[in-house]
Write a protein that binds this ligand. Structure first.
Ligand code: GMT
Length: 377
């Protein structure tokens, strides 16, 4: 198959899923055409089946806002025509699904039929998409997609609840490549961060308000009062300065490290004892899956799709959003040396259920179905 993939070329979950999916499809012999405004971070190698098409937006004094959606639409049209693409797969509804619809219509006017698959990732539905400024366009472009997937049951239900969507939505969860995400021997690294054998807690995110990083910091504040511990915060974003202030106010700056955007996150996870994700909303929680793969148990909120990944009392614990006391109690239980090995073992076993080799065929089968259906319609 020749597949055009549109995504945000960022460290964010949807961009990572789209890039890793494209890479895996390319390895399986499909020809993949990435269409984005920048080279995605994890697309830094040569593969004969991977192509990259950059969306260029010419600047013009008249434009207060650059018309990205128009430039993206034109690039999709050009790539489908020039490369003979069979199917477009767009990740994150805004504005990719509506741009794809427009591209499809332009192509149809030229006698070319190309089906569009839209994957809903989370905030495109639960946060931004619901906003009145976007809602009609999101609803329309989901309904007009030839196939729609969501990364969890919960996101699927949320989509039906908040939008007048009549399309069937297929749930295809996030996946993990265990050949990259596995517990590596990095004892020197652990020793450098935790010289006195402290327990290491990790949080990774894009530092947005929805992640409730203050809850992670407050939980850590109480945990380290009861057991020696360190906290690593990986990622960056709008909340960074506020969180750094909080850490200073709590006088725990020596026990907390801000690592910024890190590509080799698996190296940090390899020495972690616990991963904390107290999100207000989380459609799936790819970062938590990456932690499980590195044998790191989870303390999460019970928001969104997290209960579909984190199993209460098995891979860690889930607490109501904002219930820091419960998170502290659970974290101390997991970190207890009598319990930790069992949770680590369970973490890996759970991650294996989301191995790339299990999820990739779901996408391939879904593409086939959408292609067949578009031929008969
Ligand atoms: O907020 C993020 O984590 C980034 C965001 C994105 O779209 O880039 O992630 C969303 O998509 C990921 C991949 O499907 C999911 O694993 C994340 O749970 C989801 N984030 C939220 O729902 C907040």
């Amino acid at each position: 198959m020749k597949i055009g993939i549109v995504c945000y070329p960022t460290f964010g979950g949807s961009g990572v899923v789209a890039t890793e999916l494209g890479k895996a499809l390319a390895k399986n012999g499909h020809q993949i055409h990435f269409i984005t405004y920048q080279q995605p971070p994890r697309l830094d190698f040569f593969n004969e089946n991977v192509f990259y098409h950059e969306v260029n937006i010419p600047s013009y004094p008249l434009f207060q806002y650059a018309p990205y959606e128009s430039a993206l639409t034109s690039e999709m049209v050009n790539v489908v025509m020039n490369e003979d693409v069979d199917l477009l797969h767009v990740h994150y509804a805004i504005p990719h699904a509506s741009a794809a619809y427009m591209a499809k219509m332009i192509l149809r006017s030229q006698g070319r039929n190309v089906p569009v698959v839209t994957t809903l990732h989370g905030t495109d539905i639960t946060l931004v998409g619901k906003d009145a400024s976007f809602e009609p366009v999101v609803t329309f472009s989901i309904n007009e997609s030839d196939g729609v997937t969501s990364v969890s049951e919960n996101l699927r239900e949320d989509t039906y609840k908040h939008f007048k969507v009549h399309r069937e939505i297929e749930v295809i969860p996030n996946f993990i490549d265990l050949s990259r995400f596995n517990r590596q021997k990095k004892e020197h690294f652990k020793k450098a961060i935790c010289p006195n054998d402290e327990k290491l807690i990790v949080h990774t995110s894009n530092f947005r308000r929805v992640k409730r990083i203050d809850d992670a910091v407050m939980a850590f504040y109480h945990i380290q009062q009861q057991t020696p511990a360190k906290l690593l915060l990986v990622g960056d974003g709008p909340e960074r300065a506020r969180i750094e202030r909080l850490v200073r106010e709590l006088n725990i700056y020596d026990q907390v490290r801000f690592l910024g955007k890190l590509d080799a996150v698996e190296e940090v996870l390899s020495v972690a004892d616990l991963f904390i994700m107290p999100s207000e909303n989380e459609s799936f929680g790819l970062a938590a899956l990456e932690a499980l793969a590195c044998e790191v148990p989870l303390i999460t909120s019970n928001a969104g799709g997290l209960p579909e990944l984190n199993i209460q009392g098995v891979t860690g614990f889930l607490s109501p959003v904002g219930d820091v006391d419960d998170m502290v109690k659970n974290a101390l239980y997991v970190l207890d040396d009598a319990n930790l090995p069992r949770f680590k073992e369970n973490a890996l076993a759970r991650a294996k259920e989301f191995e790339l080799s299990r999820i990739l065929p779901m996408y391939e089968a879904y593409y086939e179905r959408v292609l067949q259906a578009s031929l008969v319609s």
